[in-house]
Design a protein around this ligand. Structure first.
Ligand SMILES: [Cu+2]
Length: 159
């Protein structure tokens, strides 16, 4: 009986908003519109040093998406970092903050630039294995990708 009442109420709400409004409502569009390409990472030596992962994150939707954080069982403190090089040629890195990706745009995490820093590794990153990493967007959407682990000297996704 309760279910019937609830369904009747829902039907009323749907009717009130109209079909068009329902169809165009972006329900957690961030995750569905995001495509991740060329994800890769390098093997680590033990767990004392942070790991790193790279990928291209593409927004195929019609609205900007904002990547706010990342999560993985592999590391307790995963974070998007930006590497920059100063006038003296000394490079350093810092948290990149939120990354907005325009409709049809993409952001590349690659050596020397943005990267997923995997701090406080929970286990070594072993060549030939892979791990899951979840991208978390401002609207609450999540996208989990499987990232292959290449050799310790790998330089790109083709390794
Ligand atoms: Cu870093």
């Amino acid at each position: 009986m309760r279910l019937t009442t609830k369904n009747t109420l829902l039907a009323g709400v749907l009717a009130a908003f109209g079909t068009t409004a329902i169809l165009s409502a972006p329900v957690l569009a961030g995750g569905d519109d995001v495509v991740v390409e060329d994800a890769w990472s390098r093997a680590s030596i033990g767990t004392n040093r942070p790991g790193v992962a790279y990928m291209t994150i593409r927004n195929t939707g019609n609205e900007a998406v904002t990547l706010t954080s990342i999560r993985t069982d592999l590391a307790m403190m995963p974070e998007i970092h930006q590497t920059s090089t100063n006038a003296e040629g000394v490079s350093s890195m810092a948290p990149a903050g939120e990354l907005e990706i325009a409709p049809g745009g993409s952001v590349a995490l690659e050596p020397g630039g943005l990267h997923a820093m995997l701090m406080r590794l929970q286990r070594p990153m072993t060549e030939g294995e892979s791990f899951a990493l979840t991208l978390i967007f401002a609207d609450g959407a999540e996208k989990t990708v499987n990232i292959p682990i290449f050799g310790i000297a790998a330089r790109g996704p083709e390794n």
